[in-house]
Design a protein around this ligand. Structure first.
Ligand SMILES: C[S@@+](CC[C@H](N)C(=O)[O-])C[C@H]1O[C@@H](n2cnc3c(N)ncnc32)[C@H](O)[C@@H]1O
Length: 267
């Protein structure tokens, strides 16, 4: 039994007994699509590091800036891997505000994230949510929504915003997506690391190990390796708040900012 049993955002048959990154992140962002086990983990993380919700909010702001940047570069189609539970400023909202024809495919393996995305996208012919494991890159790329909505010969904005650190093996996965994308495509990612003070406490990874999404923090060189085949755009690999901050962004010391963040262009 769950505290929200019967809520319309809980997909029938989904096993929500184990906390998930999607719902923990939703809680940290002030969302309502989370359950008691998720909140328990989120609160443990906040007890270890009170800045964890601020890190999540800055990551979300990085995502919005990245989408606007890619739109400015002429990108009109987005593949959002590990897209999470919809919250303020979703990719299709930012993109379709600029171009109502912009295409978005969201990919997540968490049933609440996918069900809620589908509810939100009902009646939107240019955006769809795919329930899939992003590590099955071939299956994602051949999936019906990707084939129907995205033209992979044209530039695509590939988003892997706080996805990589949930994957034990990442380089091959990212390389498969890269190889499938046309010239002028972009990769944007943010990634957890122990290089900065704010999230380096080993209890963060330990706490996440009790959920269905383990985390694998990576070093700067390991994160840079994910951009193989892409040319980093200015300012290179930095932290989320420090990637092309806008007038709404505060200046944040990388030690507090915590997540590596960058954008690369496929030449
Ligand atoms: C912290 S959330 C980030 C959501 C969004 N990208 C953002 O940054 O605002 C990470 C998401 O990645 C998803 N995820 C983790 N591993 C995945 C995998 N192998 N395939 C698909 N989704 C995955 C989780 O379910 C979760 O929704």
């Amino acid at each position: 039994m769950t505290d929200q049993e019967g809520a319309d955002w809980i997909p029938a048959g989904a096993d929500l007994s184990r906390p998930s990154a999607a719902r923990i992140y939703d809680y940290l962002l002030g969302g309502a699509h989370n359950l008691a086990p998720d909140r328990e983990v989120a609160q443990k993380l906040e007890a270890i590091q009170p800045q964890v919700a601020a890190v999540a909010r800055r990551n979300r702001a990085f995502l919005r800036r990245v989408v606007r940047f890619m739109l400015d570069q002429g990108v009109r189609q987005f593949l959002d891997l590990g897209s999470g539970i919809p919250t303020v400023g979703n990719v299709h909202e930012v993109a379709q505000a600029v171009d109502p024809q912009a295409k978005v495919v969201y990919v997540d393996y968490e049933p609440v994230a996918v069900a809620h995305s589908r509810m939100l996208l009902d009646g939107n012919p240019h955006a769809e949510a795919l329930e899939a494991d992003a590590t099955n890159a071939d299956a994602v790329l051949k999936s019906e929504p990707v084939q129907r909505l995205l033209d992979l010969d044209e530039p695509v904005g590939l988003l892997a915003i706080t996805l990589g650190h949930y994957l034990p093996e990442v380089r091959g996965v990212f390389a498969t997506y890269r190889d499938a994308l046309g010239k002028g495509s972009y990769l944007a990612l943010s990634h957890l690391t122990n290089d900065f003070a704010v999230l380096s406490d080993p209890r963060v990874a330990e706490t996440m190990r009790k959920t269905q999404d383990h985390i694998y923090p990576r070093t700067k060189d390991e994160v840079l390796a994910l951009f193989e085949g892409f040319e980093l755009v200015e300012p290179g690999l930095t932290t989320s708040a420090n990637w092309r901050p806008d007038r709404l962004s505060a200046v944040v010391d990388p030690e507090e900012d915590g997540l590596y963040a960058g954008v690369g262009r496929k030449p």
